[in-house]
Design a protein around this ligand. Structure first.
Ligand code: GLN
Length: 446
């Protein structure tokens, strides 16, 4: 743990992946584990992990990369943190993100811009860019992120690491600062597929404190991970290799398809006809949910309170005006508008209907396919400052990642090649609760 922290401090001067280190506690935890002795069955004991800063860590500042939570220290742990501690992992610190997980480049953080370890002029992706960069740069072997519309898979893809967005409901969201509650899932980052599966093993399970958490699906994701892909039926959606997808990304995915054929799987073309509406539906639904979820940040209950208020209304308005960044404000406005009485039918309701059609597209494919293969993002990592000023360009980059969240499905992102020195990621999507199959296919490819 000491070596990890010393090395990390030097590396992070260039990468800016961390918002806070928990050095004293990490060393104390490691010492306690040494004294207690490691149970051989506990694969993860004593291993360092970094945590995205929108996950509640008791006694450790949790900001969601927002000024409004700059002074907020939780008094309880998220369920996933209880599990991490119960398995004797060592929490090293909290990682940077786009404010409230809204973004795809980690440039929307109120505090710092994280750099891509492969080329520090490029973004690491987002919103879990700090977690992805920390694993990619070798600062920690594991990290947790959250994925509402690609925020684990896309930064994994941009930084050349493995990231899993599990089935909705599989991991408790208790203690995850809510963005789009019907879309959010926590998930693991690692360098390899098997490591990722080992971490997911300890994170899953029903939790009475999360009303959407599911029961009866605990599973061992490493047990059959080396079973290969013989006979596996893989679908390649034609919409995922169409216009706007960088040539090298397309080539890498077609090469992956060939490799799967060589390994004994079948790969054929399928279609997700409604995926072109995914970005529009996602931004309406996620912003609507965000506009409701973020009402709790009122300057009274949590975080920073504006000092210049003359009355109660001023407290709310000034705290939110000063505390939220521009992208968060944009989402709140968009969400309020979509939910308002005169526009609900035209926007929120329509988006919810599109969501049902997209679920159906996936269900149709999974009638005779085990999984879907495609890119995670249309391009490799772009330059810092290149897209962030143009929200619609940023949103368009999510076209391949948001359908998975709208349908509640698991998606695994893993490295598939390089273009101009930057990693290309591929995505394996399965039916609900098919994480074991995704890991099996990912492990065979790796
Ligand atoms: N880029 C998407 C957004 O900005 C996804 C974010 C996420 O998954 N948290 O909303």
């Amino acid at each position: 743990t000491k070596q990890t922290i010393d090395a990390l401090k030097a590396t992070d001067q260039k990468i800016d992946a961390f918002l806070a280190l928990d050095e004293e506690n990490a060393l104390a935890t490691a010492k306690a584990i040494d004294e207690k002795g490691i149970d051989a069955a506990n694969l993860l004991a004593g291993i360092p992990i970094a945590i995205k800063d929108n996950i509640m860590t008791k006694g450790l500042r949790t900001t969601a990369a927002s000024k409004i939570l700059e002074n907020f220290t939780p008094i309880y742990d998220a369920t996933v943190m209880e599990k991490i501690h119960a398995n004797d992992m060592v929490v090293i610190g909290k990682t940077n993100l786009d404010e409230f997980a809204m973004g795809g480049s980690t440039e929307n953080s109120a505090f710092k811009i994280t750099k891509n370890p492969w080329d520090t002029t490029k973004v690491p992706g987002g919103s879990s860019g700090g977690s992805a960069a920390a694993v990619s740069a070798g600062m920690v072997p594991f990290a947790l992120g959250s994925d509402t519309g690609g925020s684990i898979r896309q930064p994994a893809s941009f930084t050349g690491v493995v990231g899993m967005k599990p089935t909705y409901g599989r991991i408790s969201r208790w203690g995850l600062i809510a963005f789009g509650s019907s879309l959010d899932q926590i998930g693991p980052f690692s360098r390899g597929v098997k490591d990722n599966a080992a971490l997911l093993n300890i994170l899953v399970g029903e939790d009475k404190r999360d009303a959407t958490s599911v029961s009866g699906h605990e599973a061992d994701f490493t047990a059959k991970i080396d079973a290969g892909v013989k006979g596996l039926r893989i679908g390649l959606p034609k919409e995922y290799l169409g216009e706007g997808v960088q040539a090298e990304v397309k080539e890498a995915i077609l090469a992956a398809a060939d490799k799967y054929r060589e390994l004994g799987a079948t790969v054929d073309e399928v279609s997700l006809p409604h995926s072109k509406y995914g970005v529009a539906a996602y931004y309406i639904i996620s912003s609507s949910e965000a506009s409701s979820n973020l009402q709790r940040f009122d300057g009274i209950r949590y975080g920073v309170r504006a000092q210049d208020a003359k009355d109660l209304n001023d407290v709310y308005v000034n705290s939110r005006t000063q505390g939220f960044g521009p992208e968060v404000k944009r989402r709140i406005m968009l969400g309020m508008y979509s939910l308002s009485a005169g526009y609900y039918d035209a926007y929120f309701k329509k988006a919810a209907q599109v969501r049902t059609l997209m679920r159906q597209d996936f269900a149709d494919i999974f009638k005779d396919h085990d999984l879907i293969l495609g890119p995670v993002a249309p391009t490799t990592a772009y330059g810092i400052g290149e897209d962030v000023t143009d929200p619609l360009t940023m949103y368009a980059g999510d076209v391949l990642s948001v359908p998975v969240n709208l349908a509640g499905l698991p998606g695994l992102s893993l490295p598939a090649g390089f273009a101009n020195g930057l990693p290309i990621g591929m995505q394996l999507i399965g039916p609900s609760f098919a994480e074991a199959t995704l890991y099996q296919a990912g492990y065979a490819f790796e």
